[in-house]
Design a protein around this ligand. Sequence first.
Ligand SMILES: [Zn+2]
Length: 443
Amino acid sequence: MENQEFDIAFTHATLLTGDPAQRELRDATLAVAKGQIAWLGPDLPEHARCKRIIDARGKVITPGFVNVHTHSILTMVRGVAADLGFAPSYTPGIPKGTQVSPEQARVLARLGALEALMFGSTLIGDNFVYADLTTEAMADLGMRLTPSWRIHDVDFTKVADGRWEYSTRIGAQLLQAGLDLADRWKDHPLVNVQLAAHAVDTCSDAFLREIAHASRERGLRVNTHLGQSRLEVERVRERTGKTSTEVLNDVGLLNERLLGGHCIYVTDSDIALMAGAGAHAVHIPKCNATSGRLAPTPKIKRAGINLALATDTQHGDMVELMRWALMTARVQEGAVNSDWQPQHAFHMATLGGANAVGMADRIGSLETGKDADLVMFDFGRPHLTPRTNALGTLVHTGQGRDVEMVMVNGSILVEGGRPTRVDMDEICAEAEQVCEALWRDAH
Ligand SMILES: [Zn+2]
């Protein structure tokens, strides 16, 4: 261990490791070398050399948050869409993905991704239109991505008017775009492309089978909106006589590569199907609750399904979201119990997400040998004092804006609460202009 060289070390830190073997380390040292966590201990090893040492007294360091389902472009409907309907794509009178220009998509994707990054998401699973351009724009920020094109064969220009018309031309184009994206990024260390079957109501059975085939052939994960709305459930029931989960099972998509977003309208037998298949449930508690709905997370958890956490649209704060995950579960349990404690919400936001994206061996907890994706919080603030139980305090009163530093793969991307690689003020100003134009056109 002598003469070890580190790029950066955090000393005297409180580490919420997320590692079930040693959850919290106090007055500890974490050192990073070549993009990985190379040392965890009370002090640096003797004779270690370190290019930079950060005194992390009063700071709390966590793994980076793994935010597996976002649509950064939909920051454009923030402050409005939440009070209108359940999902922007289905709601008349507000800007749609189909109305956004390539340049507008790029600007908005940077805004959404930057928000998530500054609030501690070191990975986002972003999915929407123009994924070729937005993936580049978001990758510029230095964060980890599991991006995907929004793939469907429904004609989305008609859905908000209540017409579900499927087109093989639209489906073929979008699936090809999704596969091209995977080819384009296949060697990038921080980008793992997924396929995004938008939802069972917006993809015909035949098209879902094509996506399942591509996922199997290429080993690509598939994310989808599963049981997101009553409308979806009714449409799918009319078309197939089945639940969305049953359709996914029949077409060969319900497996360990599937990330099912929302899981609000899932029956007990759907949950059993998901558990048997090893599919992942992506919990989106704030968006769901904002539109008056709850996912049956206590049942999902009891079935042994891996739960990940995601912000989805209109906000990017995974810290606040842990609180929503905990509270929405307790509301359903009608009590405080041992199934739903801060460590469970924390697990969903970190290792649960890493597991869902197939990267639990590399990210999701602070362990030596894992990639150095981490977040440092400034706990020297009234609402985060005392640190008697740092995790309890983080989950119950922490906010994304308490994030002081974000590191991805050993690179510092946020320091002093500001991004290091991009101009935050410019990104906000550009996005403000784009949104003004989009809303003007939508009316
Ligand atoms: Zn979504």
